[in-house]
Design a protein around this ligand. Structure first.
Ligand code: ATP
Ligand code: MG
Length: 363
């Protein structure tokens, strides 16, 4: 068997800081679990612009297409704000997503017991929460044509078009059903079929795909009701599948059920490669956090959990992914907290590298 390959793109701001902790974890798996990866590292975002004059070099793009998985830190920073739109750091990220055709964005909302008090919601609402939102990422209202601002009579009109083809719905639905099969065989699809044609088609296609997964209990909900239920009693859900716009909103809302941005991983998956596993990029939900960059304050857990998702979805190492997640649970239960997990008057936070070391010790 060939060694699985991983391309690491630390990026800007706290990206390299949190990625350094993931490197420790990767080394640990190599040394202690005989699980080695063919790891390469490259530039993306502002640092790539500084060196190459582009936020993503063609060679890096080509490399991303070849590897089994990409793990990205974060891109951007205030020093790049004045750059032309075409070379902004975020364009590097968008190019990766677009050219790898990563159409399914997986965002787990998982509440570690030790942090249940930290959530803005009542403890019993979030304790033990473990749900997954699958958001369609490459189509829908953010991309549909026609779009633009036009003159109409004596005023301007802003136009966006929500547009979904059957095949676009089919592939993301399949992805969600596959995920549901690996989890608790429960899937809720959210749209607004009551007021949107794309929602009517969405519901029809998801229902049709569901016939290939008779073991999965499928339900449908209007996205507005879904938003309400997500805040009221999120544990009623397991996997949720929804379109680009609703997924953007619902996954951000679900994220905050769990506490800090520093805790949230994500995966973006595309079509299956020759090895049967999807093209994939993993990244923490948070950005480059310029306000705390370079100070050793960043919470590395979101990035470490993103690597755990890579273990599960790209490397077929579900048991090792669980081992890593359990180690994080242990560290949190033992009271280790980076500053973001302490709130306003929090004292004695651990540093980024101390958190990484604690995770290694727990492993
Ligand atoms: P982007 O536009 O790149 O998504 P953003 O403006 O949404 O960035 P982030 O960079 O994610 O913002 O940061 C938002 C806030 O959360 C900042 O105050 C930042 O310091 C904090 N933050 C983000 N990630 C972490 C982390 N891993 N650890 C601690 N604090 C974090
Ligand atoms: Mg943001």
């Amino acid at each position: 068997m060939t060694t699985p390959s991983l391309l690491i793109l630390p990026g800007d701001g706290i990206g390299p800081e949190v990625m350094a902790e993931v490197r420790k974890v990767i080394d640990w798996f190599g040394a202690k679990r005989d699980l080695t990866f063919d790891v390469s590292e490259d530039l993306v975002g502002g640092c790539a612009y500084d060196k190459h004059g582009t936020p993503l070099h063609d060679d890096t793009m080509a490399k991303a297409q070849e590897v089994d998985a990409v793990l990205l830190g974060a891109v951007g920073g205030p020093q790049y704000d004045s750059l032309d739109f075409s070379v902004k750091p975020e364009r590097g990220l968008l190019r990766l997503r677009k050219e790898m055709d990563l159409f399914a964005n997986l965002r787990p909302a998982q509440c570690f017991d030790a942090l249940a008090d930290f959530s803005s919601l009542k403890k019993d609402v979030v304790a033990g929460l473990d749900i997954m939102i699958v958001r369609e990422l490459t189509s829908g209202i953010y991309f549909g044509e026609p779009r633009g601002i036009i003159e109409e009579g004596n005023e301007r009109v802003g136009i966006n078009t929500q547009r979904y083809t059957e095949s676009e719905i089919d592939r993301v639905a399949r992805n969600a059903f596959e995920l549901a099969m690996k989890r608790n065989k429960k899937l809720c699809s959210m749209e607004k079929a009551n007021v949107m044609e794309s929602g009517v088609l969405w519901r029809e296609v998801v229902t049709e795909v569901g016939k290939d997964y008779p073991e999965v209990e499928l339900s449908h909900m209007y996205a507005d009701a879904g938003a309400m239920q997500l805040c009221r009693w999120p544990k009623q859900f397991d996997v949720i599948v929804t379109d680009n716009l609703f997924g953007d909103l619902l996954s951000d809302a679900a994220a905050m059920l769990t506490g800090s941005l520093g805790m949230l991983p994500s995966a973006s998956l595309g079509a299956p490669m020759a090895n049967g596993r999807p093209k994939a990029m993993y990244e923490p939900v948070h950005g480059s956090a310029p306000d705390i960059a370079g100070q050793g304050k960043a919470n590395p857990i979101a990035c470490v959990l993103s690597f755990a998702m890579a273990l599960r979805y790209s490397f077929d190492q579900g048991a090792e992914a669980t081992r890593l997640e359990k180690a994080i649970e242990t560290v949190l239960a033992d009271g280790y907290r980076t500053a973001d997990l302490l709130g306003e008057e929090g004292k004695d936070p651990v540093s980024t590298s101390q958190m990484g070391d604690a995770i290694i010790a727990a492993l």
